[in-house]
Design a protein around this ligand. Sequence first.
Ligand code: KIV
Ligand code: NA
Length: 277
Amino acid sequence: RKKVTIQSLYNQHATGIPITMLTAYDFPTARACEVHGIDITLVGDSLAQVCLGYDSTVNLTMTEMIHHCRAVVRGTVAPLLVADMPFGSYYTGPEDAIRSAIRMRQEGGVECLKIEGGEEIVDSVRALTTFGFPVMGHIGLLPQRHTALSGYKVQGRTAESAHTILRAALALQDAGVFALVLEAIPHQLATYITSRLRVPTIGIGAGPGTSGQVLVWDDMMSTWHGHKAKFVRHFGNVGAEVGKGIQEYVSAVRDRSFPDVKKESYEMEQGEWERLL
Ligand code: KIV
Ligand code: NA
């Protein structure tokens, strides 16, 4: 596979081929994205819930994020690699953001950063892009602010709220983001924002009018036991496959049909068993 770069992403966007992005949190999922043609592999901070069992992304530390980034980096060659800046790692301003970005680049091996927020983070985004850190924006539903939002709710359903999101999109593009995630906003708004931007938009719960789509691995592979959002489609049924595998293993151990003494066990060397006795 050819290496995906920001330039090749722009070329793809210009020819109208939708961009595919998928989360990965470890080496095997990174390899799967690599081998099966995903354009962008995202080390999403959704790993807090689906991989580490936390309540929300707010609990994920920078050290934990870096640990997972290193595993994903080892399995990624061709896809563009993007990682979320964890909760709290960029809130006090550009200096904070740059320090965190340096850690993610040097310790995590991350190529590009994703950062949640609108006009309030524009100065930090501009500082990052000025120093050559490629940044992907993330607007609409911001999971790191779920408490203030009173839950994981669709954003931008009123004209005022939609306008705030549109202004954020334009300001972030102006600050130098190379792409923008639009999460859980009405499809009309996402399509309109996409038409107003030069940079590609990647939608999740934002309808079919964006430049690409992103999903959380565990949502689309049906390994997540919790809430299923309206926008999730189960493209794989890995959860059922795992259950079937475990049940068959347990029953084979219990009825002693596993392991088979010929096919799945080892023999002494010729004559050695008799010598031992
Ligand atoms: O953390 C994540 O997985 C994300 C995507 C859903 C965009 O931010
Ligand atoms: Na995220």
